[in-house]
Structures are given as structure tokens and as C-alpha cells.
Design a protein around this ligand. Structure first.
Ligand SMILES: Nc1ncnc2c1ncn2[C@@H]1O[C@H](COP(=O)(O)OP(=O)(O)OP(=O)(O)O)[C@@H](O)[C@H]1O
Length: 266
């Protein structure tokens, strides 16, 4: 397999300033390193505030690391050049409706990245948008719909369409499916797995759900207080966890009935 992403010693500190006092340095993420192969799925787990979203944002370019480097196919990504990476690394957020523009049609929102990143004519852009709608299980008619006219599952499909429209190498999903009904969530996760197989995309999922992780992840990274405490294959971490937290996170009974057994079998 080919190494698509390499994260080398990235860390993130924030300065909390209150009044006249000197700012207090808050460490959101201590230096961590890991890599991801093409077509592989990495799950990031940990308790609240452990630094999971910080890693997701640093990889997607939404935040700049305090130190360290990120390499895509061996090429160092400039943390200040969002355009360089937005074609190759896309992010999907938890709140689908809020991440879509309510005043722009679905088709126009999907065509937008094509205006900025291709020199295609209008006809080619439209046919690529329609083809992408089909890939995520939507219809050509949805081109002219506005986000509020769609169900929550369809809105998340539009977000996935927007994420794949430039045929990226990596998709980062930060608790992207937590708000969906269990049956819709299972459909969306199966859609992501189909897209991964067709397009060879690598995924990074931030999630609290042991069921989702066991269903989709090849590797798991466990975070605790901004530190990576365990990293390995899903099989190894389930069979032989080295940390109590890993055991608790992976063997916790689902509180939310995230995926039912029948949907996992799909
Ligand atoms: N913009 C920011 N300014 C200051 N501190 C921040 C900022 N973003 C995150 N932090 C702090 O960094 C730490 C890690 O936050 P992060 O959002 O990465 O955690 P998380 O594991 O994703 O949590 P959750 O599961 O609740 O989303 C937390 O202590 C948080 O308060």
C-alpha cells in the first residue's frame, strides 16, 4: 500500500488571555506522528476535550499547527496554503444543514469547487455535478433543490457529494453522522464504504462510537488529554488493548444504538 498521509510531530497550543494577565498556554495537542495508507480508514477516539477535533482540523487545514509537518504523498503541505490541500483533503462536519448555504441550490453549491479548481466549461461542470449526485444516491432533480427541501440524510449526502466532487484522496469526518437516525446513519456509512472502494479514498473518522469503529476502521488512534496513548490496527486494539481507556472505549456498550446488527450486515 502507498502512504498517502504522513503526520510528523504536529502539536497545537492556544493562548488563553484574560484581562491584563499574561496569556496562559493551553496544550490542545502534544506532538503526535502517524501515517495513513491509500484506501485506509483511521478512527480517532478519546474522551471529550482529548484533542480529536484538533487533529481533524490540522489535517484538513482549518487550523495551523504550532509545530510539525504534514505530508501528502511525500509532499509537505504548507499550513497557510489552504488551496493547495483543499483539492486533496476534504472535511465533513456534524451539522449538515449548517454547513450548507441555505440560499444556494444544491447544484450551484456542488459546482462551486469546480469553478475554483478546474477550467471546465459549464456543460462539463453540470454533468459532473449530476454524476456526483448519482454517486451519493441522489437524483439529477436534486440539482435545483435548496438544502431545507431535503431530509437530514439527503443533506448529509449533499455534504458527501461536495466532499468527493474534486475526487480527493482523504476525507476527514468529525462526528459527521452522530445526529442521524440509526437506520439513516447505517445507510450513509455504507455509502462512504462504497465510495471508498470505488474511488480509493482514505478516511479519518472522529467518533465516540465503538460500533462504527469496529465496522469501518482499519486502524484506531486513542487520545487522552491531548496525547496519543495508543495506536494500532482495529483487530489488535480490540483483542489486546494496552490501555484501560482503549478497553473502555472499544468495549463500551452503545448508549445510542448507533448501528443495529441487521444494518451492519448490509
Ligand atoms: N480555538 C480554541 N481555543 C482554545 N482552546 C481550544 C480551542 N479549540 C480547542 N481547544 C481546547 O483544546 C482541547 C482539545 O479540544 P478538541 O476540540 O480537539 O477536543 P475533542 O477531543 O475533539 O473534544 P469533543 O469530543 O468534545 O469534540 C480542549 O481542552 C479544548 O478546550
Amino acid at each position: 500500500m502507498t502512504k498517502v498521509l504522513e503526520v510528523v510531530d504536529i502539536s497545537k497550543y492556544y493562548i488563553h488571555k484574560t484581562g491584563w494577565l499574561p496569556g496562559k498556554k493551553i496544550c490542545a495537542l502534544e506532538p503526535i506522528s502517524f501515517s495513513l495508507e491509500r484506501g485506509e480508514t483511521l478512527a480517532i477516539m478519546g474522551e471529550t476535550g482529548s484533542g480529536k477535533s484538533t487533529i481533524a482540523k490540522l489535517i484538513a487545514g482549518a487550523e495551523v499547527p504550532s509545530q510539525g509537518d504534514i505530508f501528502l504523498n511525500g509532499q509537505r503541505l504548507d499550513p497557510h496554503n489552504y488551496r493547495q490541500r483543499c483539492q486533496h483533503i476534504r472535511m465533513i462536519f456534524q451539522d449538515a444543514l449548517r454547513s450548507l448555504n441555505p440560499e444556494t441550490s444544491v447544484g450551484a453549491q456542488l459546482a462551486e469547487p469546480l469553478h475554483f479548481n478546474t477550467d471546465w466549461d459549464q456543460e462539463k461542470k453540470t454533468s459532473h455535478v449530476v454524476e456526483t449526485l448519482r454517486k451519493v444516491g441522489l437524483l439529477p432533480d436534486h440539482y435545483n433543490f435548496y438544502p431545507h427541501m431535503l431530509s437530514s440524510g439527503q443533506q448529509q449526502r449533499v455534504c458527501i457529494a461536495r466532499a468527493i466532487i474534486l475526487e480527493p484522496q482523504i476525507i476527514v469526518a468529525d462526528e459527521a453522522f452522530v445526529a442521524l437516525d440509526p437506520s439513516i446513519r447505517a445507510q450513509i456509512i455504507n455509502l462512504m464504504l462504497d465510495l471508498q472502494q470505488d474511488m480509493g479514498i482514505s478516511f479519518i473518522f472522529v467518533t465516540h462510537s465503538a460500533e462504527i469503529v469496529k465496522h469501518i476502521a482499519d486502524k484506531i488512534l486513542i487520545m487522552h488529554h491531548g496525547r496519543l496513548i495508543e495506536f494500532g490496527t482495529t483487530e489488535a486494539l480490540i483483542k489486546n488493548p494496552q490501555q484501560e481507556l482503549t478497553k473502555n472505549l472499544l468495549h463500551a456498550e452503545s448508549k445510542h444504538n448507533v448501528l443495529t446488527h441487521s444494518t451492519i450486515q448490509e
